[in-house]
Design a protein around this ligand. Structure first.
Ligand code: HOZ
Length: 428
């Protein structure tokens, strides 16, 4: 596989952009590789600048649930782009997207659009503190809620690949009110709440963790968070930036039947354009300016192109059997990958929730960040590189999830399993 052009572009980019990338995981450092520069993508396929094609399981890290360049999304964008790209004033499109999200998500009565998942979680935290008049925020080790200072504690995703607890530049004084607890550890959480619950403004969680690899919530975990939040007058915040409209039409909260007070969205609701949103209880949301005193604003918030792509995407999710078909394909892929490893004598844990999936190189159950970090990272790096060489595009880190889109065909899934079988043999 020739990647000369990607190499050259990366060298040039590194002269002008820190690390040559605009988001650290893309540098592929944790798998000892270099990024491919992308030329274009279509459906389930992505093409690099050297003309190689790959079956894409990154999907722009989650948004592309319909696949790339879905005709309805492109059509919607073409229509809107002719009318202008940003006005900094309300448009009807914002209400249309808000209504669609609310229709799918019963816990959300009102929603505010922002420009990224990071902005959504950062604003949700401020709102929880403002609304409750309390300071402490509980998060969970290995969950990643974007790069806002308050939440950059024991975080997953790119922070995990650097093996650092947080980031220089985040003053201790900013995180003194952030507590990070082991994911899925119900006892530790209860103990913390019993001691500090009256000062806890919010509990933020990825209802299915996707930034330490994919880790499911154990039975009772999310329910306990909900119980204790209501008992102590704290707000439960679901970070559904990754899981929203991904694991089910009603997102993870519908899938698990747990109702948060605030939900953060991103990725899918922008159909591949930069977007985020946070929404929830009416009394809580009406605490945001201009209705209430908690301030949050943005020049490009509710951008018409992002709204149009989001609306077109969410409308497609209503298609009959959309999730059923997508989930069947994902399950087939995951069990195929698991068998490929087993047949090669390699121990893995592979699982999915909806069309979000993960694969860990370990024979132990992975329920939290410590478990995830104890997996065989060298083996993952070998697997990643071999898969890529054979035309399968995966996230370049053990601490990420992978995604199947509606554009993946059964043929794509079969081909991926076939390649994985060979790759697993080669690396065993
Ligand atoms: N934090 C993102 C995935 N969990 C990575 C985003 C990117 O590199 O684009």
């Amino acid at each position: 596989m020739e990647t000369k052009k990607s190499r050259e572009l990366f060298i040039e980019a590194a002269c002008f952009i820190p690390g040559g990338v605009n988001s650290p995981v893309r540098a592929c450092n944790s798998v000892g590789s270099k990024p491919l520069f992308i030329d274009k993508a279509n459906g389930a396929d992505i093409f690099d600048v050297d003309g190689n094609s790959y079956i894409d399981y990154v999907g722009s890290w989650g948004p592309m649930i319909l696949g790339h360049c879905h005709p309805k999304v492109i059509q919607a964008l073409k229509k809107v782009i002719k009318t202008g790209t940003s006005f900094g004033a309300p448009t009807e499109l914002e209400t249309q997207l808000a209504k669609l999200i609310i229709e799918f998500t019963p816990s959300v009565k009102k929603i505010r659009m922002v420009n990224s998942g990071t902005e959504a979680t950062m604003s949700a935290i401020r709102l929880a503190r403002g609304f409750t008049g309390k300071d402490i925020i509980i998060k969970f080790d290995g969950c990643y809620h974007g790069h806002a200072d308050t939440l950059l504690v024991s975080a997953g995703s790119g922070v995990a690949t650097l093996s650092i607890p947080g980031s220089p530049g985040v003053p201790n004084s900013v995180i003194t009110h952030t507590a990070s607890i082991k994911y899925n550890d119900i006892d530790e959480f209860k103990k913390f709440m019993k001691a500090n619950g009256n000062n806890v403004a919010g509990i933020i969680v990825e209802p299915v963790a996707g930034n330490m690899g994919m880790v499911k919530p154990l039975s009772g975990f999310l329910e306990t968070l909900q119980d204790y939040a209501s008992k102590y007058g704290s707000l439960l915040i679901f970070d559904e930036v990754m899981t929203g409209f991904r694991v089910a039409k009603e997102s993870a909260q519908g899938f698990f039947g747990v109702t948060p007070d605030i939900t953060c969205f991103g990725k899918i609701i922008g159909g591949g354009l930069p977007v985020g949103a946070y929404g929830g209880r009416k009394d809580v949301m009406d605490y945001i300016a201009p209705m209430g005193p908690v301030y949050q604003a943005g020049t490009l918030s509710g951008n018409p192109l992002a709204m149009a792509a989001g609306i077109a995407t969410l409308k497609e999710l209503k298609t009959e059997n959309f999730y059923k078909d997508l989930n069947i394909k994902t399950e087939k892929l995951v069990s195929g990958l698991k068998n490929a490893a087993l047949n090669a004598g390699i121990k893995v844990q592979a699982d999915s929730v909806g069309s979000m999936a993960g694969l860990f190189f370990t024979d132990l159950e992975v329920n939290n960040f410590d478990d995830a970090k104890s997996c065989n990272l060298d083996m993952f790096a070998k697997y990643y590189k071999e898969m890529l060489k054979n035309g399968i595009y995966l996230a370049p880190s053990q601490f990420e999830s992978f995604f199947v889109s509606a554009a993946h065909t059964n043929k794509d899934i079969d081909k991926t399993i076939e390649i994985a079988s060979q790759v697993m043999k080669n690396i065993s």
